[in-house]
Ligand binder design. Structure first.
Ligand code: SF4
Length: 358
């Protein structure tokens, strides 16, 4: 049986992939690759549903790490306004707005090397508050120890995001302040705690084709692949070392989405940073290639994201509806999902409500 015909769910051990197999997928003619990805997609997901998350930066800038693409690093002068850890109340107000525009998952990101013990009580309150709204919770706070992962899990955190960014081979050209092994250790701590893993990478940083294979190989061959795989297109921010990176061929980006879909058939593949630079036709091709998750609403950490109203219009034109909250059957979560679907049917009315409320 072909690899892609095998059923993978988060509870089953994943298929192991070889570098040659992934290289062979990348080498396929574009239409064949996208067609295969769409077939795999339809075996595992409803074809016209996309999961919708909102991402909020809860602590912005002044990060001690040196990720060369990131405007939040303290090492680059990007004019980004730094902000301390947000008040819990402010975070919960943003979560309420996200829920009102149809998001079912609220992701909170802090520009830290790792969370400090003094921050944990506030972080826990944020997780509890967002859960009380009936939304799924996700955080990205840097490296985690096994103990910190357990604390977050016990507070009710559903997902933890920690990207591998690129291949192990290309990694030290992008980041020198933490190692690839550090990242894998954090992913392991998250997995061991019982939280769901969100991990992906960035395309367009000057990596070559073998690095894209290397990234997807690493993710797909984790003991259990991430439930959520964000594939970002580099946003070139002035002041960062990546400001003048060579433009990425949009078809190469779509190929990455398609290969991610095929090698991680049970994962949500997320169209993440860089979506603002994609026209609607390119986004539609990404959905065709198997992307089934997006961020919308609040700013995507510190770079722009198409606003919710435009996204709702695009969903309507493509006949896409937001996916219901996963793995929940209780009334609160179901109600949130139904609300989101209902709102999707009335984008204009929603937009009015959203702007009235803010
Ligand atoms: S990507 Fe994260 S860890 Fe790296 S500099 Fe930006 S905020 Fe810091």
């Amino acid at each position: 049986m072909h690899q892609s015909e095998q059923t993978t769910t988060s509870s089953q051990p994943a298929q192991r992939w070889s570098r040659q197999q992934i290289d062979a997928l990348f080498a396929k003619p574009f239409m064949d690759l996208v067609f295969e990805a769409q077939q795999v997609h339809r075996q595992h997901f409803k074809p016209n549903q996309v999961q919708v998350s909102t991402l909020l930066s809860i602590k912005t800038g002044a990060c001690p790490e040196d990720c060369k693409y990131c405007p939040q690093s303290a090492r680059y002068d990007t004019g980004l306004e730094k902000e301390r850890l947000m008040q819990v109340e402010t975070v919960l107000e943003a979560a309420q707005r996200a829920k009102a525009i149809g998001s079912t998952r609220f992701c909170m990101g802090a520009a830290w090397r790792n969370p400090k013990d003094r921050d944990m009580p506030y972080i826990i309150k944020m997780i509890e508050g967002v859960r009380e709204l009936g939304m799924e919770t996700c955080m990205t706070l840097g490296m985690l120890s096994p103990q910190q992962a357990m604390v977050l899990k016990e507070a009710g955190l559903d997902y933890y995001n920690h990207n591998l960014d690129t291949s192990a081979e290309f990694y030290d050209q992008i980041i020198t302040t933490r190692t690839y092994a550090d990242r894998l250790n954090t992913l392991d701590s998250v997995r061991q705690s019982g939280m769901k893993v969100c991990s992906g990478g960035i395309v367009g940083m000057g990596e070559d084709a073998s690095d894209r294979t290397g990234l997807l190989l690493q993710l797909a061959n984790l003991e259990q692949p991430p439930e959520s795989v964000p594939i970002n297109m580099l946003v070139k921010v002035a002041g960062t070392p990546m400001a003048d990176a060579e433009d990425l061929d949009p078809f190469d980006f779509i190929r990455c989405i398609a290969v991610a879909r095929i090698v991680m058939p049970g994962s949500h593949v997320r169209l993440s940073a860089g979506r603002e630079d994609m026209n609607e036709q390119m986004q539609a091709l990404c959905f065709m290639a198997g992307a089934n998750s997006i961020f919308y609403g609040e700013k995507l950490l510190t770079t722009g994201n198409p606003d919710a109203e435009r996204d709702q219009m695009l969903f309507q034109r493509l006949g896409i509806t937001p996916e219901a909250v996963e793995d929940y059957s209780d009334d609160v979560h179901q109600a949130v999902a139904e609300e989101a679907i209902e709102r999707q049917r009335q984008p204009a009315r929603d937009a009015e409500l959203f702007y009235d409320a803010s």
